[in-house]
Design a binder for this molecule. Structure first.
Ligand SMILES: *Cc1c(COP(=O)(O)O)cnc(C)c1O
Length: 370
């Protein structure tokens, strides 16, 4: 049996190789690598895909969050609320701006931000919330919006794991005041290098984000504000433009695979399969189970050529980088407990039925006799 990785980018490349090479060749022939019509074309297509009025390509997903926070005026002393179980990139920009990340625990069944905990985390220093569309599905944005409106907070959607997902028929990317995407190669919509984007309906916010991402410059050598350099380059936009044609189809394939895992694993007492949140179309960036004897299972699967992941082994309050915040391990009991039990199984659109059945069979074998 060949190896089954957590994600297989080569399989996807083989299916679109000709188109990708043509797209990259076009960029090279034009010699227009930074901004330009190719990037603008992708931005406008991605905005329509997300049902938003505006999209700006930026350097990566972390920058997308940083630029959004800057445009929203986050400054030292402010507090920004976010889930404790997310990738560190959701939190870093808050801290880099001198503001304080305020973590909240997650819900037991969906792993998504616990909305009632958000309510309790609000203080008079709170400036906004970053909600995360974790693993490919959206938290309860209607409830979050209500909390934000009542308390005068901004709402940022970290959609880095959820290109193409829906919440109540609305696309991920259109659910906050502003949304942040990553096009890191392994994401559902991945570039061939770093890349990111910001989507919003708010024209003034988008103008500010665009300025910030390009030296505060509406035109060459005119600098209205102090910005930085964080741009999506044309090579990446060209690759993404090809892939955007397939994203819905690929996401459907992920959903089909998730349904097969759901059915096959439901009968194993030692495993909890992931639950879809109400009103959500999950796009399964990751298929995350909770497993008894997780580390042993992972090792057993690896010995059988199956490579899993853990997202994430440390909730952010236990990360050394955030030790200065002074949180205790049991401050977030759900996230702390799950960090020892979560396991991400291989899932990607090109995963064959045969490969998936092999994964399922090996999991069954591991728990046999328990
Ligand atoms: C990947 C990711 C990011 C950061 O994206 P980069 O492009 O790697 O900077 C941010 N938030 C979440 C939830 C992510 O999964």
């Amino acid at each position: 049996m060949e190896k089954i990785p957590l994600v297989d980018l080569k399989a996807q490349y083989r299916a679109i190789a000709t188109q990708v090479h043509q797209a990259i060749d076009r960029v090279i022939e034009q010699q227009a690598f930074i901004r330009g019509s190719l990037v603008e074309n992708f931005e406008s297509r991605f905005a329509s895909f997300c049902s938003t009025r505006y999209c700006r390509g930026v350097g990566n997903g972390t920058d997308a969050i940083m630029l959004s926070l800057m445009a929203l005026g986050v400054k030292p002393g402010d507090e920004v609320i976010l889930p404790v179980n997310t990738f560190i990139a959701t939190a870093e920009p808050i801290a880099l701006l001198g503001a304080k990340p305020v973590f909240v625990d997650c819900q037991k069944e969906t792993y998504l931000i616990d909305v009632s905990a958000v309510q309790q985390a609000i203080t008079d220093r709170s400036k906004g919330i970053i909600a995360v569309d974790l693993y490919g599905q959206c938290p309860d944005y209607d409830a979050l919006r209500e909390i934000c409106d009542e308390n005068g907070l901004f709402l940022i959607e970290d959609a880095a794991q959820a290109h193409g997902a829906f919440y109540k028929g609305r696309r991920a990317g259109s659910l906050g005041d502003v949304a942040c995407f990553s096009f890191y190669p392994g994401k559902n919509l991945g570039a061939y290098g770093d890349g990111g984007a910001i989507t919003t309906d708010d024209q003034r916010l988008m103008e500010r984000i665009s300025l910030l991402s390009d030296h505060g410059s509406p035109q060459k050598y005119i600098h209205k504000i102090i910005g930085t350099n964080s741009r999506l380059d044309a090579m990446q936009a060209a690759v993404l433009d090809v892939k955007l044609n397939y994203i819905d189809k690929w996401n459907q394939k992920r959903r089909d695979l998730a349904a097969i895992y759901d059915d096959a694993l439901a009968y194993i007492d030692h495993i909890y399969t992931p639950k879809q949140a109400p009103h959500c179309t999950h796009v399964y960036h990751l298929y995350v189970i909770r497993a008894n004897r997780r580390d042993e299972l992972m090792e057993f699967l690896k010995d059988n050529g199956i490579f899993c992941g853990i997202h994430y082994p440390y909730p952010l309050h236990l990360s050394e980088a955030f030790s200065y915040l002074g949180y205790q391990e049991d401050d977030f009991p759900v996230a702390s407990c799950y960090a020892r039990r979560l396991l991400s199984l291989p899932i990607y659109p090109e995963l064959t039925n045969e490969q998936q059945l092999y994964v399922i069979e090996k999991i069954r074998q591991f728990y046999k006799g328990d």
